[in-house]
Design a protein around this ligand. Sequence first.
Ligand SMILES: [Zn+2]
Length: 254
Amino acid sequence: MTLQDIRSCIDSFAPFATQEKWDNSGLLVGDPRGQITGVLVSLDVSPAAVARASETGCNAIVAHHPIIFQPIRTLTAESVPYQLAAKGIGAVCCHTPLDIAPGGINDLLADRLRTVLPCAEGSDLLEPDGCGRILTLTQEMYTADIAAAAKRVLGCTSVRFGGDTTHPVKRLGICSGAGSSMLEGCAGDCDCLLTGDVKHDRWYAAQSLRMGLIDCGHYHTEVIAVPYLAERLRSAFPGLSVTEFVEGDPVQYV
Ligand SMILES: [Zn+2]
């Protein structure tokens, strides 16, 4: 099995051709023809992920976030792409194709929330390109109560919420990672948006739009992809050594 085979497996359920224009997903580091001894699956290609791959004999990392995204101006020993190349470890990064794929991160997030929220069957798309989902609640809930339930089921240390929290929520928009730029686009269709990485101005935008807004953190809305990706690889390649690396929230709280 080669690194190209790993790329093709990911491409079969999260096609790289569907990536956003600004994205950089795909086989980013390594020799496509290189033989694979084991795969480490991680949310990020962090230095700790590279070290763990090395310790566990994995010469490929499948991660959600692209390890090369901004232009590379230096390639020194401290940089992760350098470390990967030096250790002969390849990297395949899923990113926006996995965000929008049926069964991908947003559907995983919907499934997880469904275990603590009273939801109707199925979901609608938050955006026509497939990013985000909308859950219809069978019992209206307040933003504060949705935030508390999400905190519990996603294992967050802290969840922030705001906007207009006085109205009951019937339609809940969700977007893994950082989706608060979608507030305006989904305002007519949702009463509240649950995402991560919410910036200051977005809380005021939510107030103006009379929507609730919940920030569960980028990490907690996406780390759910790790066991999913590992399972897809195990079922595609029986006998392949697949190691799940869940590093923990990179943010600390006081
Ligand atoms: Zn992300």
